[in-house]
Design a protein around this ligand. Structure first.
Ligand code: GLV
Length: 326
């Protein structure tokens, strides 16, 4: 009897150019909707799936893996993989891959847009115009804060942080950062200065959070950290929502303990329309669009597919997260 080709399950529609190479090496099944696939459907599909191309919206945990006996590779179409229980995959010898690098510049663009947007009150201004409340020009109307020549504090200076720091050079900003270890390349090439977390919080005009989410970074920014920030400073979260304590942030923004916050990510996601953060004019929220450009999403899809294609043809996937299982 002819052997069945391995089944690949893709949890969202993706550009055909990215998926085409997979069609030749496997039976491809694609969730045909813009909405996230339901857990129930995913469990059903995984009964005979060898390779899964997943998004950040799918929770890949022990329970799911127990019901996916043939699964050998999960290619997560994101650089972050806090939606995946990596040890649970590794225990089963399942490879996890992510999509680092290809989204760096696009995510840095969005991070900078958030800084500019909250500092110059772009969201608030746009809401006023649309509501027929155009603030008539006057010397003291709708004043914001300058981004140029300000101090930028990056919490978690990796690839994306370095790309943000590079943009900051063009704005004549002073860039300080906090990582567990030093990023010598960023220090030498971009003039970034390592400081301890308290110094970063107290000296920055913009605190930009770019660390991955994990047990050590869950609610890394909460009341004590917000209290250390200047009342004129802004918080930008372009990493993962739960890194910032949403209730503490709401209180700090409401009480003007800090000047404002700009969030690409929230806790929870989606943020309900009646969330208290959305009542505040000094909070700018966009719906997790850091890597959302046409070109970059195509590159991410292509890299995720390449990881699967390489693995299924017996080669090393280009960007493994747990290479020890290979
Ligand atoms: C998106 O949030 C990513 O991690 O790529």
């Amino acid at each position: 009897m002819a052997q069945q080709p391995p089944k690949i399950y893709v949890t969202r529609q993706l550009p055909e150019a990215a998926l085409a190479p997979l069609r030749t090496c496997a039976a491809l099944s694609v969730w045909e909707s813009e909405q996230a696939v339901s857990r129930e459907t995913l469990l059903h599909e995984l009964r005979d799936t060898v390779a899964l191309l997943s998004m950040v919206t799918e929770r890949i945990d022990d329970d799911l893996l127990d019901r996916a006996p043939q699964l050998r590779i999960v290619a997560n179409m994101a650089v972050g993989y806090d939606n995946v229980d990596v040890p649970a995959l590794t225990r089963r010898n399942i490879v996890l891959t992510n999509t680092p690098g290809v989204l760096t510049e696009t995510t840095a663009d969005l991070t900078f847009a958030l800084m500019l947007g909250i500092a110059r009150r772009i969201g608030e201004g746009e809401r006023r115009v649309r509501a027929g409340q155009w603030p008539v020009w006057s010397p003291f109307v709708f004043l914001g804060t300058d981004v140029h020549h300000a101090t930028l504090g990056i919490v978690g200076l990796g690839r994306i942080g370095a790309a943000v720091a590079r943009r900051a050079q063009g704005f004549d900003m002073r860039v300080i950062y906090h990582n567990r270890g030093h990023n010598r390349e960023a220090e030498e090439q971009l003039g970034c200065t390592w400081v301890d977390m308290d110094t970063l919080l107290s000296e920055s005009d913009f605190v930009v959070v770019l660390v991955p989410l994990g047990p050590e970074t869950h609610q890394l920014i909460s009341t004590p950290q917000l209290k250390k920030m200047k009342p004129t400073a802004f918080l930008v979260n372009a990493a993962r929502g739960p890194i910032v304590d949403a209730r503490a942030l709401h209180a700090a923004l409401r009480d003007k303990a800090i000047a404002g916050a700009a969030l690409d990510v929230t806790d929870p996601e989606p943020l309900p329309a009646d969330d208290p953060l959305l009542t505040l004019d000094n909070c700018l929220v966009v719906p997790h669009v850091g890597s959302a450009s046409i070109a970059t999403r195509t590159c991410m899809a292509t890299l995720a597919a390449e990881n699967i294609a390489a693995f299924l043809s017996g080669q090393r996937p280009p960007t493994p997260v747990n290479p020890e299982v290979l």
